[in-house]
Write a protein that binds this ligand. Structure first.
Ligand code: 9UX
Length: 72
């Protein structure tokens, strides 16, 4: 099982911010891929919903120090 979600990320001001978000999301068990686009302020995350929840993804981004919300 695999889900994909797009998150809007605020507060990233340099390329290393995007890398930080990607790395921290990727550390979560169940995250298969995390790709962050600095210019569009979006992250696309592919994950196994049986191992990690959307709420946990959001919490991870917040703890990394950025604003986040699910994009519809
Ligand atoms: Mo760049 Mo982002 O110097 O947290 S890493 S602003």
């Amino acid at each position: 099982v695999e889900d994909r979600v797009t998150l809007g990320i605020t507060g990233m001001t340099c390329a290393a911010c995007a890398t930080r978000v990607e790395k921290n999301l990727s550390k979560l068990e169940g995250v298969k891929q995390a790709a962050v686009n600095l210019a569009s302020e979006k992250a696309t995350v592919t994950f196994d919903p049986n191992k990690v929840s959307l709420d946990q993804l959001i919490e991870k981004v917040e703890k990394t120090g950025y604003g986040v919300r699910e994009e519809k």
